[in-house]
Design a protein around this ligand. Structure first.
Ligand code: GLA
Length: 389
């Protein structure tokens, strides 16, 4: 499938490939994502509502006749080479490329050596899933290059497995799914248990989705993320002692949480309670979006932020500040921190004609309050991963 390249100039990655390898590459693109609502629900078999955006990872690739992998990253201005049999994590950008190669080999896919140049325009560390975009773009590329015939769903799952094993983050499926299955003009309402999904048109007349990048980098993100996941699993395990057919928080009721978890550990209860609330909130927020009731959707986003900040405790001072600041602005219908947390962006539903004035006001006050520079930008939705040939 051919997809739009957004604002990125694809000649940059193409020319670098020609310069390094003296041949014509094949080109692939996978987008980053936003998530309108449904946070920390995916790994609890719950629901999410992400959309692919017009910021993406781009790769130029070509086959080799030996078993070498030659990589170059334009963003990091680095190159890296290894054999197919020598893949190892190194806590760097190469993990997101080699992690998927590792998955392909573990799944018995017949691949050989290749050359690859990586670039893109997704803001790194902003919570827009640049890592999932890289994983998916490399998988799409290798799938085509070596005629592996992997269906899209398997690409999303392999990308997630790469993140677990090479990057060490036990993420859910949301980011990779959105990057692969995104559709311009739509959000994807995904049931992370059955992986059934439906496209929901994003119809917000006169309202835009504006990102406020706190410019706080998520240093706690991966360790705390994995801890939250364990806390949810602990809650499920306690309920399962009494109700054996429980598989995940998706099956647990509020009453069961109170009966079997609250008296054992108030913190675990609080975490699980947030997930139950958020799942219910998402379903009703999807109805709001379908009905075009953006004010009601926006209110739920504020409630989600409250839950993420106070009960799930994955926000940070700067993100709390950003959401609190816009809460009483009449031109802002909804706002919350987005993604895994501990930094990155807040997502804001803002009346289009008020964006410029608001951004100026928030930026000044944010600098004054935190000493940090705010990056504000609007995002447009886009198609999911595809080839650019
Ligand atoms: C990160 C993970 C996702 C999801 C979100 C929180 O982006 O990669 O799987 O869990 O955090 O909703």
């Amino acid at each position: 499938m051919n997809v739009n390249t957004g604002k990125y100039n694809i000649d940059i990655v193409k020319n670098k490939f020609r310069e390094l390898f003296q041949e014509e590459p094949r080109l692939f693109r996978s987008p980053g994502r936003i998530n309108i609502i449904g946070e920390h629900t995916d790994y609890n078999d719950g629901f999410v509502l992400p959309a692919a955006i017009d910021q993406a990872a781009y790769v130029a690739v070509g086959k080799r006749s030996d078993d070498m992998i030659h990589l170059a990253s334009l963003a990091f201005n680095e190159t890296y080479s290894c054999r197919l049999s020598e893949l190892r994590p190194s806590k760097s950008w190469t993990d997101y490329v080699l992690g998927v190669v590792d998955q392909l080999l573990k799944n018995g896919c017949d691949i050989g050596g290749f050359n690859l140049v990586l670039d893109g325009d997704i803001k790194i560390g902003a919570g827009l899933s640049s890592s999932a975009a890289v994983e998916c773009s490399v998988l799409f590329a290798l799938n085509e290059l070596f005629a592996l015939g992997l269906p899209k769903m398997q690409i999303a799952k392999l990308a997630q497995a790469a993140e677990h094993q090479f990057a060490g983050v036990k993420c859910g499926i949301m980011d990779q799914f959105a990057s692969v299955f995104g559709k311009a003009g739509h959000a994807v309402q995904l049931d992370c248990r059955s992986l059934e999904y439906q496209y929901v048109p994003i119809q917000m007349d006169g309202i835009k989705m504006v990102m406020f990048n706190s410019n706080v980098s998520h240093s706690l993100a991966s360790s705390e993320y994995n801890t939250r996941r364990q806390q949810c699993e602990q809650g499920v395990a306690w309920v399962r002692q009494y109700v054996p057919n429980i598989r995940s928080l998706r099956d647990v009721s509020q009453t069961q949480l109170e009966q079997y978890v609250l008296h054992r550990d108030a913190l675990i209860y609080k975490r699980c309670r947030y997930v139950l609330d958020e799942n219910a909130r998402l379903l009703s927020a999807c109805d709001d979006l379908k009905k075009g009731d953006i004010a009601a959707l926006g209110e739920k986003m504020f409630l989600t932020h409250e839950g993420l900040s106070k009960a799930y405790e994955v926000s940070c001072t700067e993100l709390d500040w950003l959401v609190e600041f816009v809460r009483h602005e009449s031109d802002v219908l909804g706002a919350r921190m987005m993604g895994g947390g501990f930094g990155g962006c807040s997502i804001n539903l803002v009346k289009e004609n008020a964006i410029d004035v608001l951004v100026e006001k928030v930026s000044k006050a944010y600098k004054h309050a935190t000493g940090l520079t705010l990056d504000a930008f609007t995002v447009t939705t886009s198609e999911g991963s595809g080839s650019l040939d």
